[in-house]
Design a binder for this molecule. Sequence first.
Ligand SMILES: Cc1cc2nc3c(=O)[nH]c(=O)nc-3n(C[C@H](O)[C@H](O)[C@H](O)COP(=O)(O)OP(=O)(O)OC[C@H]3O[C@@H](n4cnc5c(N)ncnc54)[C@H](O)[C@@H]3O)c2cc1C
Length: 386
Amino acid sequence: MDLTFSAEELAFRDEVRKWLRDNVPAEPLPSLETERGFAAHREWERALHAAGLSVVSWPIEFGGRDASLVKWLLFEEEYYAAGAPGRVGQNGIFLLAPTMFEHGTPEQQRRLLPRMASGEDVWAQAWSEPEAGSDLAGIRSRARRVPGGWRLSGQKTWSSRAAFADRAFGLFRSDPDAQRHRGLTYYLFPLDADGVSVRPIGRLDGKPAFAEIFLDDVFVPDEDVLGEVGAGWRVAMSTAGSERGLSLRSPGRFLAAARRLVESWNARGGDPGVRDRVVDAWIGAQAYRLATFETVTKVLDGATIGPEASLNKVFWSELDIRLHETALDLLGPDAELAADSPAAPDGGAWADGYLFSLAGPIYAGTNEIQRNVIAERVLGLPREPR
Ligand SMILES: Cc1cc2nc3c(=O)[nH]c(=O)nc-3n(C[C@H](O)[C@H](O)[C@H](O)COP(=O)(O)OP(=O)(O)OC[C@H]3O[C@@H](n4cnc5c(N)ncnc54)[C@H](O)[C@@H]3O)c2cc1C
């Protein structure tokens, strides 16, 4: 791994830094988990896209810059360091898009990716069901063959931002007689299609974007099947690799939070009680950065990310909680105030960030399951009795 950046990489970083300095809104946008905030964040996605910065690592023809993974990491570091708005399009950009590059037809890529890059289509992930979260292969929502396409029926749940999103990608059982992993197919569908109802689910922070999705005989044309019919599990594992591995949680996010924590610690005269925990959070963020650069180096040398993505997922999710707990202990009760309170330090970012960090060990596959993957598939330990 070589951390000496080329002149071209540094020039790119400077361009991004300057653009963000000139364009990041002075006041934080309202939460993207609310209707108003969602719309404001979509506008922000449009501005990023106009500057050629919404999807820097994608091919140019779909709205990207063809930037290397190293440049993408530098972009992310600058993005978080500048305090830029959260990415409302993240499910599409970081999860579906890599899957579409691998499994989508050229027609699907041309039709769907540019709209995703510009924020015109914001995507939701429709995988989990009431009885199938960790045990994803246990899904029951089904797809029935009809002329020209499929009819989808069933219930999906825990879908981030689905209350306001435009389209969704989901797994459905297309062959009821096939074995659990075999009879699944991956479909793309609009959330305003006939037969789709979306119902918000109350969340700990009270924001209304999290939702369940009901499908009642929803028509999906053949052109919106992603990958082969019956091969949905394989396609979904490509998405899951992105979710746990490189793209969903870039180190920039934790570096920026660790930096803010150190600044807060210094600004308060350096409370010795949390000193070691502040240092640990900083080290954790740096370690995650280095591990990610190492992974990127291997990927650029032709390696693929396998079950080791689970190590990543456990690491960032636990780091995020520790970092926020340390901040709350350092800053005292005011840090628990929500964003709309004028007394909340850093605009309520610590309270918001803490509540969200609690979900980290659950979404993208729970950490208990990730530990099973690490034990069995990375370390080669015996399978747990099932
Ligand atoms: C903030 C947030 C956002 C989310 N966004 C989305 C989204 O956009 N789209 C989507 O489809 N889903 C989403 N999810 C759902 C998420 O993927 C599931 O919650 C997760 O997969 C766990 O499934 P479950 O909730 O059904 O829990 P269960 O699978 O019922 O698990 C309950 C507990 O049992 C443990 N457990 C289960 N099986 C085993 C085992 N074999 N060994 C050891 N422990 C086990 C689990 O680890 C967990 O602690 C989101 C969840 C959260 C919290």
